[in-house]
Design a protein around this ligand. Structure first.
Ligand SMILES: Nc1ncnc2c1ncn2[C@@H]1O[C@H](COP(=O)(O)OP(=O)(O)OP(=O)(O)O)[C@@H](O)[C@H]1O
Ligand SMILES: [Mg+2]
Length: 258
């Protein structure tokens, strides 16, 4: 399935979450009391979250805590969450696996469903930004993992989202490709300035990329801290070590008192 650009979601929700655009430009996402049960088990439990326009936020949490569930709700893809969701701008999603349509060439994948006067031209520009001009006519299955993920990023950004949701987009890539992707994402974010919510299991990835790092646990955001260090950042920067330790403790990787 291709990532889609769902309608903006807004207002109190119980049942379908698509609705009219009533959000203000002062927020990229505002969430209050978001709750989601699966088979009687509560996964999101009255979650509150604010993301400012243009802010790069990383979301950490152990496996199964509901990170993807939260992203699906923000994308308007979950009809069964309850609570308040206000996501005024267009939303774009990129997943762990690129989800390109194998029967369309790369350029067509990027331009799919674009409603602008010259979709092919716009898609070409996005591919160029992602460094993929020479792969425009390639079939998705012939791309490397990094190329496919760059195509998925181009497809997400070509929609000029107010909120870009990234669900572990780099986790399947080797370390060098992942570092190149970090640079690319920062460059594209600085050029287009969407708010970003990046789900990752990698604390260092969160520290290198984000303005703010969150931890999801027990159905709520249990930790939110700013990353003060100026960019470009290096994961070995001493300024990051205090927050890294805090995050690892939050995630249960290091024990209290150590
Ligand atoms: N459609 C569904 N039906 C039933 N249970 C679901 C469904 N989607 C998610 N869940 C459950 O909700 C919980 C949270 O899932 P989710 O995928 O949001 O976790 P996650 O934090 O993204 O985990 P991971 O880090 O492994 O990707 C899990 O226990 C999962 O089994
Ligand atoms: Mg997940």
């Amino acid at each position: 399935m291709a990532p889609r650009t769902p309608a903006p979601v807004s207002g109190p929700v119980s049942g379908p979450v698509t609705g009219p655009v009533t959000g203000t430009a002062s927020t990229a996402a505002r969430v209050r009391g978001l709750t989601r049960d699966f088979d009687g088990r509560r996964v999101l439990d009255g979650l509150d979250l604010d993301i400012a326009p243009g802010q790069f936020v990383a979301l950490l949490g152990v496996s199964g805590t509901g990170k993807s569930t939260l992203l699906r709700a923000l994308a308007g893809l979950d009809q069964e969450v309850t609570g308040e969701l206000d996501v005024p701008g267009p939303v774009a999603v990129a997943f762990q696996e690129p989800r390109l349509l194998p029967w369309r060439r790369v350029l067509a994948n990027v331009g799919l469903g674009l409603r602008v006067p010259e979709p092919e031209q716009v898609a070409r520009l996005a591919l160029a930004e992602a460094g993929l001009t020479d792969r425009a006519r390639a079939w998705p299955l012939t791309l490397s993992g990094g190329e496919a993920q760059r195509a998925a990023l181009a497809r997400a950004l070509v929609r000029e989202p107010g909120l870009l949701l990234l669900d572990e987009p780099f986790s399947a890539l080797d370390a060098l490709t992942r570092m190149a992707m970090h640079r690319l994402v920062l460059r594209l974010w600085q050029a287009h300035r969407p708010a970003v919510l990046l789900v990752t299991h990698d604390v260092d990835e969160a520290l290198v990329l984000a303005d703010r790092v969150l931890v999801l646990a027990g159905g709520r955001i249990t930790f939110s801290g700013p990353v003060g260090a100026p960019r470009p950042r290096d994961r070995d920067q001493p300024a990051l070590s205090g927050l890294r330790h805090q995050l690892l403790r939050q995630l249960g990787v290091v024990m209290e008192g150590h």
